[in-house]
Design a protein around this ligand. Structure first.
Ligand code: NDP
Length: 503
């Protein structure tokens, strides 16, 4: 059970295998979104700390034990990381709840699932290999090496802090990279606990994984512009992602971006109604709507629209708001005060745009199970796809319901958006399921399910939802680069003024 009675806890950050304060000595408070009270002090790092963290990661990459370690030995350490997470999953999940206010059942489920990423990529570590090529020069021996890119900078958001760091960390370690992580200023504590209970005990050499805590522009920008950083992996909003991409481009870093979404959850009249209603709820009210894959546009076929909305409203109305640390709670607080204000302002925008509010529509007070940062589960009908409430990411428990006539119109509405992260389809027709899966422009399409993720399945966005993929075997490619090696076993000579093409 989450203990909220402890005194203000003070954390240090973790650089080069050692616990340390920020160079400036400054700290900032982190808040419990349910009580609104500060519960921990976090080092307020700045460029000086970024420099020492990147220097440590660079040293660890270039010399020392890590680059000398065989891939099999790296895999062994990663399996140890997985075992340590298993031991501490409950505690790590509780720290997440304290920091981001999401449901204990969801956060502990995430921390219990995280070891699978380390087991899976540990298994891949010694299966990374190059290849011998047969170029059309018979006296040449040619081969391709697969090498780690170098120091990687990870920037992560507040909604699933450890899970999203894991999606980056596991493939990066398997590839042989070293890492500096900047967590969100709102949720740094769980990563620091993870460093203490897992990384520091795993046998990883010093400097392989480092953390710099602090504010986005102050820590994030020096990190993504640092000349010794080779790759940036970012998860967050699309506007911040664009800024990160622009900054990283100046020094030609490799970049992967997992960004926002406005995912369509499309319900056809041949669906199993109760499953689809539950899928619509899970798409938008789980995690208080604070997920990048929220099914925030519910596309309903006009033939079932009224019946569906009626049942959906009844089910959403019954959702239990309350303390996220209690197992029975279904909707918790919004994680950050700015996010709370943003959600309320989008509710106003939807009303001004003429959408009809059929449920919720504002803050939830303590008489409704809510409190300081609670928003009522909110449903708008009569939304058309041109409205801001249909096009812009709210990142909260606010659903826009849009009517469609047929498959053609559903596809047109689903794809008429800047984003392309996820999509749901509810139908019993096999033909329709496959057709919709192929026609929707999104990185993930779920049919008769929603919000399912696995370490085996690539995750990422089309269009403004991102660049590159996390998870699955292909994620490792983002942390590797190829080197072509040519060995001439024959005679030298030839015309030095022309390129050596086919003999
Ligand atoms: P932000 O983009 O505000 O922040 C993400 C991270 O970037 C934080 O660590 C933040 O630090 C940091 N940051 C902020 N400004 C800068 C900067 N100028 N340079 C470098 N780093 C910076 O997103 P949120 O934390 O608000 O997360 C919500 C967003 O993340 C949503 O849009 C959501 O869709 C997206 N997301 C995407 C996922 C995906 O996999 N596609 C998964 C989860 C979320 P700080 O917090 O200290 O400001």
């Amino acid at each position: 059970m989450l203990d909220r009675t402890t005194a203000l806890q003070t954390y240090q950050t973790f650089i080069d295998g050692r616990w340390t304060d920020a160079v400036s000595g400054k700290t900032f408070q982190t808040f419990d979104p349910y009580t609104g009270a500060p519960w921990a002090l976090i080092p307020e790092c700045d460029k000086a700390d970024v420099d020492r963290a990147v220097d440590a990661a660079h040293r660890a990459f270039e010399s020392g034990a890590w680059p000398k370690m065989t891939p099999t030995a790296r895999g062994k350490i990663m399996r140890r990381i997985a075992e340590l997470i298993e031991q501490h999953a409950e505690h790590l999940g509780e720290v997440e709840v304290r920091d981001n206010g999401k449901l204990i059942s969801e956060m502990v489920a995430q921390t219990k699932y995280m070891p699978q990423w380390f087991y899976y990529y540990a298994g891949l570590a010694d299966k990374i290999h190059g290849s011998v090529m047969s170029v059309d020069r018979p006296d040449h021996f040619t081969y391709i090496l697969r090498e780690p890119v170098g120091v990687c900078a990870f920037i992560t958001p507040w909604n699933s802090p450890l899970m999203l760091a894991t999606w980056k960390l596991a493939p990066a370690l398997a590839a042989g990279c070293t890492v500096v992580i900047k967590p969100s200023e709102f949720t740094s504590a769980s990563l620091l606990e993870f460093m203490k209970l897992v990384i520091a005990e795993s046998g990883l050499p010093p400097g392989v994984v480092n953390v710099v805590t602090g504010y986005g522009p102050v820590v994030g920008e020096p990190l993504v512009t640092h000349p010794k950083v080779a790759k940036v992996a970012f998860t967050g909003g699309s506007a911040t992602g664009a800024r990160v991409n622009e900054l990283a481009a100046k020094t030609f870093k490799k970049v992967s971006l997992e960004l926002g979404g406005k995912s369509p959850n499309i319900v056809f009249d041949d669906c199993i109604l109760d499953d689809a209603i539950s899928g619509a709820i899970s798409g938008i009210f789980a995690a208080t709507g604070q997920t990048c894959i929220a099914g925030s546009r519910l596309l309903l076929q006009e033939t079932i629209h009224d019946q569906f909305v009626e049942k959906l409203v009844a089910m959403a109305k019954a959702a239990r708001l309350g303390d996220p640390a209690l197992a029975e709670t279904q909707v918790g607080p919004v994680t950050t005060p700015p996010q709370y204000q943003k959600i309320l302002s989008y509710i106003d925008i939807a009303k001004q745009e003429g959408a009809k509010c059929v449920l919720g529509g504002g803050a939830a007070g303590s008489d409704e199970g809510g409190g300081q940062y609670f928003v009522k589960p909110t449903i708008f009908t009569g939304v058309n796809n041109k409205m801001r409430i249909a096009q812009e990411e709210v990142f909260g428990p606010v659903l826009s319901v849009i009517k469609f006539k047929d498959e053609e119109e559903a596809v047109a509405i689903a794809n008429d958006i800047a984003y392309g992260l996820g999509a749901g389809v509810w139908t019993q027709s096999v033909r329709r399921a496959h057709t919709m899966a192929s026609r929707i422009k999104a990185g993930t399409v779920w049919v008769n399910t929603y919000r399912a993720v696995s370490f085996l399945m690539p995750f990422g966005g089309y269009k403004a939802s991102g660049l590159g993929r996390e998870n699955g075997a292909e994620a490792i490619d983002g942390y590797l680069q190829s080197k072509s090696v040519w060995i001439n076993n024959g005679a030298g000579g030839g015309n030095p003024f022309i390129m050596k093409t086919a003999s």
